[in-house]
Unconditional design. Structure first.
Length: 103
């Protein structure tokens, strides 16, 4: 028990000496930000530019979202049992070889 207490005290003392012996001074220093005079300036506003082609005057306007059931087509997947049955039938219909060669 004495050994455990000694080890804990030794580790705490080592940590305290490590904090004091560092190159950073313990004096509090105020936080200082670099001064930038253009930090809060607003850039000049330019004229609006159209992203549409200048030759065509028609454009499409949409608002909101469409639900998926209106847009997507239902995807049909063959069940695993049906594909296994089809493979078994195909395997039964394939012509078997008459002779077996063994080297």
């Amino acid at each position: 028990m004495k050994t455990l207490i000694f080890a804990v005290c030794f580790l705490c003392a080592t940590a305290a000496f490590g904090q004091v012996g560092g190159s950073i001074s313990a004096q509090a220093q105020p936080l200082r930000f670099d001064f930038n005079p253009q930090h809060a300036m607003r850039p000049p506003v330019t004229e609006a530019q159209s992203l549409f082609d200048s030759t065509s005057s028609t454009y499409t306007y949409g608002q909101g979202e469409r639900p998926l059931w209106e847009v997507a087509e239902p995807k049909y997947e063959v069940p695993l049992g049906d594909s296994a049955r089809a493979l078994r039938k195909e395997h039964d219909l394939v012509k078997k070889s008459a002779k077996v060669w063994n080297n």
